[in-house]
Design a protein around this ligand. Structure first.
Ligand code: G3I
Length: 373
């Protein structure tokens, strides 16, 4: 006897899943990008699984709520150029294409960072540290190649990421050690040249300095202000400073966040919140140095309880009240992830839960915009 098995067309299946996905995201909830239309752009960090369509629930959230997006990992040096003279563009191209199709302004993250860089970058063939001139040449080549590829398609670049210590001095990274050569005169040289070359390649793209803990360390904010002033004194373009804002239920204080926003605005740049999330665990290290954090160190077994979710909603509301108050200075707010299931710290730090549903924190954030009208 012949049995007629139903044939499943994988493309039809994907289409059906994508059609169902908006329901998952909650059609009766307002879209964040509409709610904050008169305030600032709203976005999220997207990973490669999302932009390739392998997570339809997350795609639906991003499509509905975001008008900007940042590549969570795909444009980092290690991802693009892990071997000398070899570039792998696939994931970064998919990110930029996804943003184009979905009308999200793409943000490039990041050109010069001490982390997620390949080992060969700071070494010669014998394994010794390369010279200042050689490292400057590698940096110029990378910036020219990457910014050049996406010229006219990326709204702005995190040109330099996390160059500061908590006390506002420059981090003793390989960039500083090799290009700065331990000299006070040369200490900003790697930052200055990175901004200069990015602008030369794409004069229309926005250029940002990006760092964590600015909202909780006045000294670090003052260090960022010093970078802005230095770049401006050299006549170089810097459009904004990104306050990453990896917060917790107990920080930042509204005063700390206001200090960062107003100090940076006074220095003549716009301000962006670039990596917003709120871990529910309050003890331990507060910053966002990937070398000091893992999912275990931020884990909280009570993260999803109603009591903790109420506190999370209150903290988000407090932060957004400050942001809407200072909307004249703020151009963008980006969450570091789309929903709890894809957060770098795990737990329950975002506005959408692991079933893609908006949480109490989502509605608290929406209310801050409505109350500011
Ligand atoms: O993709 C590889 C996979 O092939 C491999 O098997 C696996 C083994 O560990 O690693 C995977 O790569 C990981 C990558 O995330 C993608 O998941 C890396 O190990 C891991 O280190 C990387 O972590 C990222 C981290 O930056 C370091 O680049 C996080 O996802 C990302 O959220 C985090 O983002 C940073 C910002 O760029 C800068 N500000 C702080 C923020 C949080 O640390």
């Amino acid at each position: 006897m012949r049995i007629n098995r139903p044939k499943v067309n994988i493309f039809i299946l994907v289409d059906v899943l994508l059609a169902v996905a908006p329901c998952i995201a909650g059609q009766d909830t307002p879209a964040l990008k509409d709610v904050f239309e008169d305030h600032f752009l709203i976005g999220g960090a997207l990973n490669r699984w999302l932009v390739s369509g392998r997570n339809p629930g997350a795609v639906a959230i991003a499509q509905k709520h975001f008008n900007t997006a940042t590549a969570e990992n795909e444009m980092k040096w290690q991802s693009l150029n892990s071997w000398p003279n070899q570039y792998n563009w696939q994931a970064a191209d998919s990110f930029v294409d996804f943003c184009g199709k979905n009308k999200m302004a793409p943000i490039g993250h990041c050109l010069v960072w001490h982390s997620q860089v390949p080992r060969w970058l700071f070494r010669d063939d014998s394994g010794n540290a390369i010279t200042r001139d050689a490292l400057l040449a590698r940096m110029k080549d990378h910036i020219t190649t990457v910014v050049g590829r996406y010229k006219g398609r990326v709204k702005g670049w995190d040109v330099v990421n996390e160059a500061l210590n908590e006390n506002g001095t420059l981090r003793n990274s390989q960039w500083l050690q090799i290009i700065g050569e331990g000299s006070e005169d040369k200490k900003y040289d790697f930052i200055e040249n990175a901004f200069r070359w990015a602008h030369e390649v794409d004069p229309n793209t926005e250029l940002y300095y990006n760092d964590y803990s600015l909202e909780s360390s006045k000294a670090k904010t003052d260090g960022a202000v010093a970078i802005v002033k230095h770049l401006k004194s050299k006549g170089l373009r810097i459009d904004a400073v990104g306050i990453q804002l990896h917060g917790s239920l107990t920080h930042p204080s509204p005063e700390g966040l206001e200090y960062a926003i107003t100090s940076l605005a006074d220095a003549g740049v716009k301000v962006m919140v670039t990596e917003l999330d709120i871990r529910t665990r309050t003890r331990g290290y507060r910053g966002a140095d990937i070398g000091r954090i893992n999912r275990r160190s931020t884990s909280d077994q009570n993260a999803t309880t109603p009591e903790i979710q109420k506190k999370l909603a209150d903290k988000y509301a407090e932060i957004f009240s400050v942001l809407v108050k200072h909307k004249e200075y703020i151009t963008r707010v980006t969450f570091w992830g789309v929903y709890d299931g894809a957060s770098w710290i795990g737990g329950s730090p975002l506005l959408f839960d692991r079933s893609y549903q908006p949480k109490e924190a989502f509605f608290a954030v929406v209310k801050t915009a409505q109350e500011s009208q």
